[in-house]
Ligand binder design. Sequence first.
Ligand code: PGA
Length: 297
Amino acid sequence: MLYTVPVRQTICWLYACLREYLPSALPTHRTTTSIEQEEFFAMEVIIKENPEAMGKLAAELIAEVVRRKPKCVLGLATGSTPLPTYKELIRLHKNEGLDFSRVTTFNLDEYVGLVHEHDQSYHYFMWENLFKQINVNPKSVHVPDGMAKDIPAFCRWYEEQIVKAGGVDMQLLGIGSNGHIAFNEPGSSLGSRTRVKTLDDGTRQDNARFFKSMNEVPKYAITMGIGTIMDARQLILLANGAGKAEAIKQTCEGPITAMVPATVVQLHPKATIIVDKPAATKLTRDYPAEPRVLVLN
Ligand code: PGA
């Protein structure tokens, strides 16, 4: 904690120098001005009672973006954590007419080597748990292609499509028990872009519950990079369950380090971390149950 602030200040200073002297090294598709970014320079931590309440709040924050900007770009995540959020978004669509017809989506990651129809592929997950049940245009949906023949070319194309769409307005994130975001495992470069990553043994073990045996769990994945994620205008990171408590403690109160990739969220100008009580057990400071910084209109 003692050296968290100097590290953050140093990174902010480096970022400011790059922006001043070498702007071409920085992403260009943010549309907020530096004044707007500074106005929102904040990371909020919110503790909810349970995963359903987390999902309700996350869905409301996402819905707010969709209502305000019907042609928005959403960054989406897979895993068990975002399921209540997707359930609530589907409810908002069906019962309250939340309209996704002009929304574009980009998913964070996909296993290498699983066909889209495989029931553990993230393509399959997204269609089953969200896309089929809302009115998103299938042509506006993007999930990395784990079957791409030329994966580096695909990754470049994916990055280009995000820029072409105008950048991600709101990115939803889960977190691994090892602190990964998307499949950016510990040690990933904080400036990384979409690429292939080798999955950690711990991640493969965490995900083995979805496969018949450990042998079937893929070893590689295509993932948006940490730099790609940080380009989104707004982030929501969700975590529930005691298994995430240590990763959440590091993410909210630890020093920024590539060894816990989620800690980089501390540098984002507009990030909301929503956790349930078991995931919050190792936090030492007081956090509210409702957003303060990101007030809902
Ligand atoms: P989970 O995965 O939601 O299934 O816990 C989250 C992650 O690994 O990012």
